[in-house]
Design a protein around this ligand. Sequence first.
Ligand SMILES: Cc1cc2nc3c(=O)[nH]c(=O)nc-3n(C[C@H](O)[C@H](O)[C@H](O)COP(=O)(O)OP(=O)(O)OC[C@H]3O[C@@H](n4cnc5c(N)ncnc54)[C@H](O)[C@@H]3O)c2cc1C
Length: 480
Amino acid sequence: MGLRTGEQYLAGLRDSREIWHIGERVADVATAPGFAGAARTVAAYYDFQHDPAVHDLVTYEDQDGQRSHLSFITPRSKDDLRRRAAAYAAWAEHSGGQLGRSPDYMNAAVMALAAAHQHWAQNDPALGEHALAMYDRCRREDICLTHTLVTPQIDRKTPLGEQEPYLNAGVVRRTDTGIIVRGARVLGTLAPFSDANVSFGLPVLTGDGDEDYALGFWCPVDQPGLRWLCRDSFDPNRSLADYPISGRFEEIDTVAIFDDCEIPWESVFDYRDARIHNTAFGALHFTEALGHHVIVKNVAKTRFLYGIAHLIADSAQTNSFVNVQIRLGDILMMLHTMESIAVAAVEAAEQDPRTGVWYANDGAIQAGLRLFPEFYVRIVDHIKQIGGSNFMAAPSEATLQALGPAVERYFRGAGEDADGKVPLFRLAWDVVGTSFAGRQELYERFFFGDSQLTKSQNYMRHDKTEAIAMVHRLLDPHGI
Ligand SMILES: Cc1cc2nc3c(=O)[nH]c(=O)nc-3n(C[C@H](O)[C@H](O)[C@H](O)COP(=O)(O)OP(=O)(O)OC[C@H]3O[C@@H](n4cnc5c(N)ncnc54)[C@H](O)[C@@H]3O)c2cc1C
């Protein structure tokens, strides 16, 4: 099939998927209020790869002669990583980095899952073959993926094997043709708009009675026995002039519930071995593979936020004051930091000697992943401080149209009319203040794991030899 168009993608959403939202099953996510805007945006992503202006930039020809999005490439050189970064950047810069889970995010994940096929094959060669087949099919059919890696937050202290069984999704039994999966997994962002789901990864298991949860597989979003429970949509289903961001980018988060769901054996790649399961993230270079997309996306997101901050300051000429300039300069510094990290991630990339595959630099990716949640909160604070009450003094498009010239002059900026200023402030509020904006902040804090714990884990696993040697050298009176 190869590169899909938006129309082909939207047609694929019309299946028997069980999506639940505010007490009702959503009949068609492509048209339902609260969902249709994001479906259109993901469709635009698929159309984008056919746009002659970027087609060659965002696609490549694989060994089988098929053209695919560059996010599927198995990087065999640093240059492959450069090309992949350019493809990520093309869509992210086009969309202000507002769609965290544009499909290119998970494409690199299935590449990494397949590149590590020998890891899965340690007990059973078939499991490695299954990972390779999953990647191949996702690439050939341009499949849009969601993923559910996390145990529901019920009890983070008691080992899973000692908790009520199958709250977290696990294997109940094996059948002649597959496995029966029961339980929940979080948090499937983009699930209503995806074709398939990948579940694997967390949690870290002890192996004492919790092997049932050492599990990795993929399945269609509409697999019988699989139900998706959405949080409330934050797309208010209003004019895009009023809600230009939440009306386009509400990718939705969901809890997946597997109700004795039968998964075909060919779709399983991680099965009941706590050691293989626990060591998978490292073997996969999961953080480097997916984190590369995150960094490039967040360069675009920071640039977009910088643009917003500058324009709202310029609107009332508050950027003539040094305190506002300092805030704008602080955002610019964060943009430069993210841009530098994106370059370092590729230029200091490393090759996995076991597989020959190239991955973005681990240290650069970790720094970018852990700095950005702090940056994001700070940038939002700057924008709120710069905008002041103007966010609350931006009436809807309908009100301005109804009252027209009688009120317009009260809503103009120093150098622009109300029809330039009001939409700008509404856009800015949709990024920093609406329910959608609140979710964006939580997303940046958590979507790639909890930053606090990850910082601690990074410290614990870091090779400190060089740092220690330096201190010892200067402790020694004859050291230099
Ligand atoms: C908007 C959003 C979208 C997401 N999308 C996805 C997705 O598409 N797919 C997916 O798989 N996941 C997704 N996630 C989930 C994300 O991966 C998790 O939020 C993240 O891994 C942290 O897990 P948790 O939320 O269960 O928090 P927890 O791990 O339970 O942490 C909650 C708090 O408790 C503390 N804590 C917990 N355990 C410990 C411990 N052992 N020691 C010390 N402190 C501890 C943490 O520091 C943190 O402050 C998403 C999350 C958000 C918010």
